[in-house]
Design a protein around this ligand. Sequence first.
Ligand SMILES: [Zn+2]
Length: 293
Amino acid sequence: MTPDQVVEAAEVTAFWRELGLPGLVDVHVHFMPANVLAKVWAFFAEGRGGRPWLIEYQLPEDERLELLRAFGVRRFGALLYPHKPDMAAWLNSWAAEFAAKTPDAVHTATFFPEPDAKEYVASAVAAGAQLFKAHLQVGSYDPRDELLEPVWGLLAEAGVPVVAHCGSGPAPGLFTGPGPIAEVLARHPRLNLIVAHMGASEYADFLDLADQYPGVHLDTTMAFSDVLEWIMPFPLDLLPRLAAMGDRIVLGTDFPNIPYRYVHQLHALAKLELGDDWLRAVCYHNPTRLLAC
Ligand SMILES: [Zn+2]
């Protein structure tokens, strides 16, 4: 590790030690095949919103793992997602191999609206996948697509949570926003849906969905960070609802694809001043319960 990384690891471990936690559980981290991750990084390098997005942790896979372990991240959702058809099944086999050799990685899988989605999702669940990812903005698909109907049903029945990028931030997609996914929840009210990025930019609407459905959670990924506060600030008047929803919010970070240090996400959560019990629940107890790890 570089001297800067050693310093940061000390800062991150101090954060959870001061809370009396055994470490962190981060539901929203990305590990992908090298060529896919290279494309994601190239996309960010072109800039988002006219500004280049300098990824803090553009490192080889073994160094990224070493860093998460030095941070004391005990379990992490190693998420991946397709942007086109005929890709998800291949990603799922990569993810299964990655999880098999990485004991602290939660075994994840993904899907796309395509004829064999039901079949490969069922296989992934049978093979032990504990978490799914659905990226409605990158995938540009409708979560109400009839090809996904059996997929949502299967995941709801199996109780396997799905991290869904379904909010319209940082850039809207054709099917982002609370409307389409709310229809999925109406049909599958027991679905364990983890709304990525706290639902940015529709924070209040996604909190409403969490009020309505006990399986709806929100991950903190990038929320409250300087970057997201700059482009789509979390409304201060929603803070009391955030406090009340303390059992439904889970730590997520988007490591390694973030333009700031990992510890910044933790400090951004602490700055909300919702108390140590809230931080303990969000950073460890809630994600542990949800991932059954
Ligand atoms: Zn992400």
